[in-house]
Ligand binder design. Structure first.
Ligand SMILES: [Zn+2]
Length: 153
């Protein structure tokens, strides 16, 4: 921000309040949150030449150098392969938080932030995709992306 003067405090505060939440996703090629309210999903990319499925998208295809891909909606549920608690975080991330590796039925291992109580996750348990704040940006506003959490049903 480049406020010329810090004297007009009320104006400055008002300006801050008007800021909209930052809904810039970590990367739009990774996550889709449908506008019709249906559940969010991760986007896998299947190579049209050899059929290899990757998340995130790798270009060219690491197995055949193909460059044509088909987007595939990935399963929303998977099995927690590993989980770790983080107490010394990166800037913009409130500690403690958790990261996990989630194995999806598509034979993909997803690295994601976990949402829930610290210490409440166990390896091999079923987890489900959700969306939420993963960190704050330079302006202190929330950045939304994918996370995994305990299944709702
Ligand atoms: Zn390929």
């Amino acid at each position: 921000m480049s406020d010329s003067k810090g004297s007009d405090k009320s104006k400055k505060n008002k300006k801050k309040k008007e800021k909209e939440p930052d809904i810039t996703f970590f990367h739009p090629e990774l996550l889709e949150i449908p506008e019709d309210g249906s559940p969010a999903y991760l986007k896998g990319y299947k190579c049209k030449k050899c059929g290899q499925l990757d998340f995130p998208k790798l270009t060219p295809c690491p197995s055949c150098w193909g460059t044509d891909f088909e987007m595939v909606k990935l399963s929303r549920k998977g099995k927690l392969y590993s989980v770790t608690d983080i107490y010394i975080g990166q800037p913009g991330m409130k500690t403690p938080y958790m990261f996990g590796y989630i194995d999806l039925p598509e034979n993909l291992r997803i690295f994601a932030q976990m949402e829930g109580e610290i210490g409440s996750f166990k390896c091999d348990e079923e987890v489900e995709l959700t969306t939420g704040t993963i960190r704050t940006n330079m302006d202190g506003l929330p950045v939304t992306s994918y996370k995994f959490t305990k299944p709702s049903v």
